[in-house]
Design a protein around this ligand. Structure first.
Ligand code: MLZ
Length: 265
């Protein structure tokens, strides 16, 4: 696969429309990212959302920060927008009468938390309040429609933002389906989730938009996808049929679609 993914070509090819910006809880122009690796801040623990913890910026990608909780391991990094309400400058928790908590899975004895906290904050570079941005307001309701295209965080690989399509609506929820992956990464989220973005978002932030997968969606009448595909046949089992029986036309293999949406063709 060479060349860059182009939404312009892809929308033409698929005959689809992009979800309008007013559908999303995102700022009209992505917030500037003035954070630096090594800066510390307060963050809600993603695995224990009632806790406020100390986090360190370990990476930057577009308008997002890659964060690691101090006292945690390096296997639970998470990503937040610089205008997320789940991050605050250090001092905010205490100012509001709260107490900083050890992260879930704190690698030391709980009794050593107060001393750990003192040491981790001593001499730390604290992210200044002025580089945090206010979270944009939520749209008044779910304006999405089935078939609209968007960019979405792959929650199984949250460093990736990928082309996606609204697959279904369920009240205030939207089914995010990832193009070319036959359902393996799909999820429902609220319409005002911070993980979904309008088409063109990554181009504006400099985040790296992944190209769509190359796994074509089979019509339901053709039965389950062949064994060895990403999700195998376990995701959409057909009652009374042994798994792994491909009825796909021979010769139509993975890779056929690769490059079809390149910027240069
Ligand atoms: N390594 C993984 C990446 C999949 C990313 C899909 N994003 C929607 C794979 O190839 O399975």
């Amino acid at each position: 696969y060479t060349g860059q993914f182009s939404w312009e070509k892809y929308l033409k090819e698929t005959g689809a429309t992009a979800a309008p910006a007013y559908c999303f809880r995102q700022s009209a122009t992505p917030p500037v990212n003035e954070f630096k690796a090594g800066m510390k801040l307060e963050a809600q623990d993603p695995r224990n959302t009632t806790s406020t913890c100390i986090a360190t910026v370990v990476g930057l990608t577009g308008s997002r920060l890659r964060l690691r909780l101090d006292g945690s391991d390096n296997k639970n990094d998470f990503w937040r927008l610089v205008d997320s309400s789940e991050i605050q400058p250090i001092g905010n928790c205490e100012k509001n009468g709260g107490m900083l908590q050890p992260p879930l899975g704190f690698r030391l004895n709980a009794s050593s938390w107060p001393m750990f906290l003192l040491k981790t904050l001593n001499g730390a570079e604290m992210a200044p309040a002025r580089i945090f941005h206010k979270e944009p307001p939520a749209p008044e309701k779910n304006f999405f429609q089935v078939g609209m295209k968007l960019e979405a965080v792959d929650r199984k690989n949250p460093h990736f933002i990928c082309p996606a399509t609204v697959g279904a609506l369920r009240g205030s929820e939207v089914l995010v389906t990832f193009d070319g992956w036959r359902g393996a990464f799909d999820y429902y989220c609220r319409y005002d989730s911070r993980d979904i973005f309008p088409v063109g978002w990554c181009a504006l932030t400099g985040d790296n938009l992944q190209p769509p997968g190359t796994k074509a969606v089979l019509p339901k009448s053709l039965g389950p996808p062949p064994e060895g595909s990403v999700e195998g046949s376990a995701v959409h089992p057909l009652p009374g049929k042994p798994p792994g029986q491909s009825r796909r036309k021979p010769g139509r293999r993975k890779g056929k679609l690769a490059g079809a949406w390149g910027a240069k063709g």
